[in-house]
Design a protein around this ligand. Structure first.
Ligand SMILES: O=P(O)(O)OC[C@H]1O[C@](O)(CO)[C@@H](O)[C@@H]1O
Length: 615
């Protein structure tokens, strides 16, 4: 394979053997993706002070945060713990906010603002257009309780989709629906292709809940990294023949997902397998993916609803189908979500765990994201919870404008991995270093299934160590004025996982409403997608220019400046250099002569002329 250094060789002997005629014809349709424009007010002051200015408006005032240290007296702290402890008995879930230092005065001042957020949430659940930029309803709560839908049609859609998911999963697991060309006689593997909200929920749930030997094992293609895709496909080996491929994309046009699908289809072709008989699409009706699956006659298609966002889609077909295929009790997940939804509809702030979380986020990050949220689950199976929350929180809260069009640059940074592992990585900095975060501990009371525990030293189990590490870290951080929230569940079960997802979905919604932003769109991501499309469009122009010069007799090697001029893109010369370097590193028929350290000296041409492409 040619490397970047070979790009800069002065020897023409590096001429690639690949004929120019085989140059890629299309890479990605660079059509502009929708990027809603907004009316903006002049950027007169820095974002945070603007947020505070808005807050100075009496209806949205941000209570001043008193500059006093955290409570350290053990008796007073114990009283605070007991006073504020939230418990959901049926779910076996607890929320401890005592290690966040908000004052009674702050709580009183925030209370009326929460009442406004509860109003907005009630409207949302009744079917208001809660995503104004996209003109959409926001209905992920209905997935757990179809009685709440604003129309009987939506109720039927939810219920019939759930029934179809259950029966399809049963038929696959039982072998009633068989892969056409596998000796196994039934599907054994799932290859899930999707990205963002079309991958993170299923990944989190698989890691949290899949049994050790699930009926179908799941793996993911969640990127357009060719080596990563090759690795996933290679690991399937001959089991490709018994792999159910689930392609998930709400929009049905996400380039990374499309590429993953094309790569998997190629692997099927090469193995002599009929992809359509093993392919399942989860997408909006009439999307590009839906139409492809319908025309090609894929095994099954499941709907994604317009009113469910990608990052809140875990309890739609997106999450439920793969979960059911892995033998996870999806109705229990839905019950957990529904019970939590009920609890988080309470207008009593002290008894609403999502509101308490939003209150803590507001206090800890001054309502402007001034501190990051470090999520530390002390349970390996919850490893991906922080990654899941990263999208849920950051894609929802990280917004440039508020709902009134003011530039606010809101956000709440989320990162984390798991305890106690992270204690041997970055907790040193959390305890002693820059004070720019608060922690969310996730605690699981049950260490192991009953009957499996043993004492590895007198009176102490392995799980006791994990418990000790969590409690020790929480105390050590607090002693150094580092605040934390603790969420405790008794066990990691479909019910508790459903409840955790619902808890955070609601906390995000309430928090977004408090800071007056639209939690349900993602205009910033669209900007990146559009820019990527433009790079690939430029690459096609570069190839066309190089091809024309390479078809001359004699071949006309071009400087980067000449390529840029002929592409009518002199301002993009750096990008053109990167495009050429990338193609040269990938045996793409590009010959570049010159010196690596001085791009101006480089002359470029193609190894062979593609006459067809000239006309
Ligand atoms: O499901 P889709 O439409 O392929 O989108 C995948 C992800 O891409 C995003 O739109 C961001 O680009 C996420 O919000 C979404 O979850």
């Amino acid at each position: 394979m040619a490397s970047l250094s070979s790009l800069c060789s002065s020897s023409p002997s590096l001429k690639p053997t690949k004929p120019a005629a085989s140059l890629p014809k299309t890479i990605l349709n660079p059509t502009s993706l929708p990027f809603p424009t907004r009316s903006t007010k002049p950027l007169a002051v820095a974002a945070q002070s603007v947020a505070r200015e808005i807050a100075a408006d009496s209806s949205k005032s941000v209570p001043a945060k008193p500059k006093k240290g955290l409570e350290k007296d053990p008796q007073a702290l114990w009283r605070r713990y007991v006073d504020w402890l939230y418990q959901h008995k049926e779910l076996g879930l607890y929320l401890d906010v005592s290690r966040i230092g908000f004052t009674d005065e702050f709580f009183r001042e925030m209370e009326p603002r929460f009442q406004q957020s509860f109003d907005a949430m009630e409207d949302l659940e009744k079917g208001a257009i809660a995503n104004p930029d996209e003109g959409r309803m926001v209905g992920h709560y209905w997935l757990r309780n179809s009685e709440l839908t604003p129309t009987p049609f939506l109720k039927t859609q939810i219920e019939s989709t759930l029934d179809r998911i259950c029966s399809f999963a049963d038929e696959i697991v039982s072998g009633k629906i068989k892969p056409p060309a596998s000796e196994a006689g039934r599907f054994t593997q799932i290859m899930a292709v999707g990205i963002g909200g079309s991958a993170l929920g299923p990944q989190f749930v698989a890691e949290a809940l899949a049994p050790d030997n699930p009926p179908l094992k799941i793996r993911f293609i969640d990127n357009t990294d060719p080596a990563g895709i090759d690795h996933q496909i290679a690991q399937l080996g001959s089991e490709l023949a018994s792999t159910l491929v689930i392609v998930t994309s709400k929009s049905g046009g996400t380039p990374e997902t499309r590429n993953g699908l094309l790569e998997v289809q190629k692997a099927f072709r090469e193995a002599g397998l009929d992809f359509a008989k093993q392919g399942v699409a989860i997408t909006q009706e009439n999307s590009l993916l839906d139409n492809t699956a319908r025309i090609e006659g894929w095994l099954a298609r499941f709907p994604m609803f317009d009113w469910v966002g990608g990052r809140t889609s875990e309890m739609s077909a997106v999450g439920l189908l793969p979960a059911a295929l892995q033998g996870i009790d999806i109705r229990e997940m839905l019950t957990g979500g529904a019970l939590m939804d009920e609890a988080t509809r309470s207008r009593d702030l002290r008894n609403n765990p999502a509101a308490l979380l939003a209150l803590c986020w507001y206090w800890a990050s001054d309502g402007v994201g001034s501190k990051d949220m470090v999520v530390l689950p002390y349970k390996d199976s919850l490893l991906l919870f922080s990654r899941y929350l990263q999208q849920l929180v950051m894609e929802s809260i990280g917004k440039e404008f508020d709902l009134d069009g003011n530039r606010v640059n809101q956000g709440l940074t989320v990162y984390g991995n798991k305890g106690s592992t992270d204690q041997h990585a970055y907790i040193q900095q959390l305890r002693d270093g820059v004070h720019n975060f608060f922690v969310t501990f996730i605690e699981v009371l049950r260490d192991r299934p009953p009957g499996h525990d043993w004492e590895l030293e007198p009176g102490v189990t392995c799980g006791d160590y994990l418990f000790g590490m969590l409690q020790g870290t929480r105390s050590a951080l607090y002693a150094n004025d580092r605040e934390s929230v603790s969420v405790t569940v008794e066990e990691v079960t479909p019910r508790s996982v459903g409840a955790l997802i619902a808890l955070y979905e609601r906390a995000v919604g309430l928090y977004a409403s408090l800071v007056n932003i639209n939690a349900y769109h993602q205009p910033g991501v669209e900007a990146g997608k559009k820019a990527a499309g433009e790079v690939l469009a430029l690459q096609k122009r570069v190839l066309a220019v190089l091809n024309e010069a390479s078809c001359k007799d004699p071949v006309e090697p071009l400087t980067l400046e000449e390529v840029a001029d002929r592409c009518h893109a002199p301002e993009d010369i750096e990008m053109i250099y990167k495009i050429i370097a990338h193609m040269a590193a990938n045996d793409r028929a590009v010959v570049a002569e010159g010196h690596c350290g001085s791009p101006h000296s480089i002359k470029v041409y193609l190894g062979e002329c593609n006459v067809d492409a000239l006309y």
